[in-house]
Design a protein around this ligand. Structure first.
Ligand code: WT7
Length: 648
């Protein structure tokens, strides 16, 4: 193996950095030695309506599982994002909206955002939204999405944002699971020059027989498209806002009251509503935002994620706004109108921090170095990545081309479930190794276990678990606490199981190797193989389907599908396209299969379990490393699959 390249802490950056390596070591040690004292102190970064007297009350003991932080404190998330900045930062820009078309942008100050949120909070109340109600938000990346989320927080409603790329079916399932009686949407979204029929999708989603009656659908005007209107249910955002009062005192919430839920995919069954609460989540996201991005008062910060994912919640909205930052909402995509867009936006708004996904970096890298031509990006001082492992080659390109060889890169590992970043470099403290998420954040105790749950020491490889709770951790799966316990705390008793594989090197650096369960990571988007399979078998010509991931140059992982047809069905190109359509309809375009292989049979054990390990090897073109196939019911199936492996 070649010597791993190390990038020592950037000397120029060191001068401005909030903390150096010695301070990181000291703070980390303190956070582990006495979590109560540590988090008790740092909890004060928020404005509390009623101060907490208790800090940490958690146990991972399976039978008594309990996760509570700051449990007797009261606060309001919107007040922490807005009200408390009014005095010092009222005129400061809170949000920069950068539209899909490069000619469109808009600054919203803290005062303006406070007013808009207060008004919309009153609108929600007038529609009958109460504290504890679930409000579904199916929106493009526009200012009103932030307003909607914060307005929910202001009155204690639980927002459930559904990514605008999900299909009506997927949206309906989430509305139903959350028993949500309110939906906020836009007439259409606009992305990369294309329109997305959001309101029409909402209409379709509510036609499903299982979806409960929704009281109101609030429609924000984005494109003035001609849309269907259901009187008595549909209401216009702009109409309601006209007369709304901007006086709406924030609702005092217990630290452990829910702030939001967000659906994510697991290895089995339907997506789960990950529930986050108020106090610990805000302490953790604001603190990680400050230290990981070395956030200081005048920085302009851009995270390119979508509000539909946890990154959009924690690091476009809540973390930055609690810190009084200027945060960018980007409606578009990296390659529209052309591949220099990221550079253009950085120059236009003099952006200091750019936080994006490896898949975006790889897509730009594929365009060649001159895709950034015409831009200087000289305002940047930190780059970040999230969502999937970044291959060293893409890391180097990001560093050299986008960052002018001048910016530390923070490779941040975390999950929807973790609420905030758990393993990451701190830019003024950590020497970097391309491809490694490096070291744990304060309070995080990662451990590597073997398949029996034995904790492995030193340089090693295995499954990644976390030994103790941190404030930003999810509290339950909405409506299914048993599944929560089962999914995260039963595999390796006494620990939180992440579902990821990991390697730890001689310097104690962590290298995430990818999921060890049946979860795919396609362009940084998480999908369960079971979800895609169930979409496929909903087609009447499909008898059985097995879905695995395979290495994909841009997406990280692509979706490889093995399909067994019902007797008499012909494997035609037309049927192949129909199956792709079926998946897009059931889940959304993000789940489109890349490869479909017709499989007369699937490799199964004698008890009928599909051996995915073998299917993964065939998909990856590594069928010379199949391993033990002696437990197969019919080993001949494998030869047939290898012989007819779909061309990529
Ligand atoms: C899974 C979580 C956290 C926001 C976006 C994804 C993978 C995430 C990294 C990273 C390697 C990463 C893991 C994790 N992942 N960040 N820096 N290096 N892998 O959130 O949709 O909940 O997915 O994404 O496999 O388990 P998510």
């Amino acid at each position: 193996m070649t010597q791993q390249q190390v990038y020592p802490v950037n000397e120029t950056f060191k001068k401005r950095a909030l903390i150096d390596r010695a301070q990181y070591d000291a703070m980390y040690a303190e956070s582990i030695r006495d979590p109560d004292a540590f988090w008790g102190k740092h909890g004060k970064r928020l404005d509390w309506m009623k101060p907490y007297t208790k800090v940490k009350n958690t146990t991972y003991d399976y039978d008594n599982l309990s996760i509570k932080w700051y449990e007797d404190g009261e606060l309001n998330a919107a007040a922490n994002c807005l009200d408390r900045h009014l005095e010092k930062r009222g005129d400061k820009t809170a949000l920069i909206f950068e539209g899909d078309e490069p000619s469109v942008s808009r600054h919203v100050s803290y005062r303006e955002l406070h007013e808009e949120v207060s008004k919309f909070a009153n609108v929600l109340k007038s529609l009958g939204v109460n504290k504890g109600d679930v409000v579904t938000i199916y929106m493009p990346m526009i200012v009103e999405t932030a307003v909607a989320m914060l307005a929910c927080a202001r009155i204690g409603a639980i927002h459930s944002v559904v990514f605008g790329g999900f299909s009506p079916e997927a949206l309906g399932a989430r509305i139903e699971n959350g028993k949500s009686r309110f939906v906020i949407t836009a007439d259409e979204g606009v992305r990369g020059g294309r329109k997305i029929p959001l309101k029409a999708n909402v209409d379709k989603s509510l036609e499903g027989s299982n979806v409960p009656a929704v009281d109101s659908v609030v429609v924000v005007t984005r494109t003035h498209a001609d849309i269907d209107w259901k009187d008595g249910r549909d209401v216009r955002y702009e109409e309601l806002m006209k007369d709304a009062s901007s006086d709406c005192p924030p609702e005092p919430m217990n630290a452990e009251d829910p702030l939001f839920m967000l659906y994510t995919s697991g290895s089995t069954g339907t997506p789960k509503g990950v529930l986050h609460t108020t106090g610990g989540y805000l302490v953790y996201t604001s603190m990680t935002h400050e230290y990981v991005f070395d956030y200081q008062e005048n920085d302009v910060y851009w995270c390119t994620a979508d509000f539909g994912w946890i990154t959009g919640h924690s690091y476009i909205l809540y973390g930055p706004l609690v810190n009084g930052a200027t945060t960018v909402i980007f409606e578009g995509v990296p390659n529209y109108p052309d591949a220099s867009r990221f550079g253009q936006v950085v120059d236009k708004h003099r952006i200091n921090v750019l936080y994006t996904a490896p898949t975006a970096v790889r897509a730009l890298m594929a365009q060649g170095d001159d895709c950034m031509a015409g831009t200087t990006r000289d305002s940047l001082h930190i780059l970040g990545t999230v969502g999937e492992p970044i291959n060293p080659e893409a890391w180097e390109w990001y560093h050299r081309v986008i960052g002018n060889s001048n910016c530390p890169i923070v490779d941040t590992w975390w999950q929807t479930e973790t609420g905030g970043i758990l393993i990451t470099p701190l830019p003024g403290a950590t020497d970097l190794k391309p491809g490694s998420a490096t070291l744990p954040f304060f309070g995080i105790q990662p451990a590597v276990v073997d398949s029996d749950g034995n904790v492995l020491e030193g340089k090693t490889e295995g499954n990644l678990v976390i030994l103790d709770s941190w404030p930003g951790q999810m509290r339950t799966i909405f409506g299914d606490h048993e599944r929560f316990k089962q999914t995260y705390f039963s595999t390796y008793k006494g620990t939180y199981f992440t579902g990821d594989g990991v390697r730890r090197d001689e310097d104690g650096y962590y290298w995430i190797t990818g999921r060890v369960d049946d979860v795919l990571n396609v362009s940084g988007h998480r999908l369960g193989t079971a979800e895609v399979e169930s979409a496929l078998v909903s087609h009447d010509k499909v008898a059985e389907a097995a879905v695995v991931g395979y290495p994909h140059e841009i997406k990280g992982q692509g979706i490889y599908v093995y399909v067994t047809l019902v007797g008499g069905a012909e494997p035609t190109e037309e049927l192949r396209q129909e199956l792709v359509q079926t998946v897009r309809q059931e889940i959304g375009p993000l789940a489109s299969p890349d490869v479909i292989q017709w499989a007369p049979g699937l490799p199964k054990t004698r008890s009928g379990k599909i051996m995915r390990r073998i299917l993964r090897k065939i998909a990856a073109n590594e069928h010379d490393q199949l391993g033990d196939t002696s437990t197969l019911a019919d080993p001949g199936v494998v030869d047939e699959l290898i012989e007819h492996r779909a061309f990529q």
